[in-house]
Design a protein around this ligand. Structure first.
Ligand SMILES: CC(C)(COP(=O)(O)OP(=O)(O)OC[C@H]1O[C@@H](n2cnc3c(N)ncnc32)[C@H](O)[C@@H]1OP(=O)(O)O)[C@@H](O)C(=O)NCCC(=O)NCCS
Length: 149
């Protein structure tokens, strides 16, 4: 196992890999606040483009949390930050975010952006607590390409 971080707590962090897809998708599906989950094929494409950026936390082989993280060469992004309800409040979320920040800095990415649903107030407080600022100066626009011919 490629452990990238050890803690005083008994969980480990390591990069998310293909063999973790079933477990992380199950975690994300069971977590409030997750939207637009990828298929395994989309996840694989994301990981191939962003090696060693996405992270998971586990303890005795049990998945505690995961974050999908990557960049487009200019900006970094995090998606689906989730910690199992049974493992919350132990610093797992912070540790995973710190890994993503460190990895993106290593890759000379200068800003990390994430999206959260407007009504996910606990998540917004979490991000603010970790030093993220809420952007009120931009509006997000999207085009669903599947429906655009
Ligand atoms: C948000 C989430 C990832 C936090 O994970 P966690 O492992 O419980 O968080 P941590 O224990 O690492 O907390 C880190 C710090 O944030 C603080 N914190 C955690 N949740 C918080 C909240 N809702 N509001 C304010 N502060 C919060 C903790 O007190 C801790 O502070 P400290 O490090 O200064 O002592 C987890 O609650 C979760 O999975 N939520 C549901 C999914 C979700 O909404 N994800 C975000 C989608 S964008």
């Amino acid at each position: 196992m490629n452990v990238v971080n050890n803690h005083s707590d008994s969980y480990n962090l390591r990069p998310l890999t293909t063999s973790d897809f079933d477990n992380v998708i199950t975690l994300w599906r069971s977590t409030d606040g997750m939207s637009q989950l990828e298929s395994p094929e989309e996840l694989q494409r994301f990981l191939d483009r962003n090696p060693d950026c996405s992270i998971l936390a586990e303890e005795d082989g049990v998945l505690l949390g995961a974050i999908l993280c990557g960049h487009d060469g200019r900006r970094g992004y995090m998606y689906h930050a989730a910690v199992s309800v049974y493992a919350r409040g132990r610093g797992v979320g912070r540790a995973m975010v710190e890994h993503c920040v460190a990895r993106l800095k290593q890759l000379q990415i200068q800003r990390l952006t994430l999206f959260t649903l407007n009504d996910n107030c606990p998540a917004k407080e979490f991000w603010k607590h970790l030093g993220f600022r809420q952007r009120n100066d931009i509006s997000l626009f999207a085009l669903d390409l599947k429906e655009f011919d």
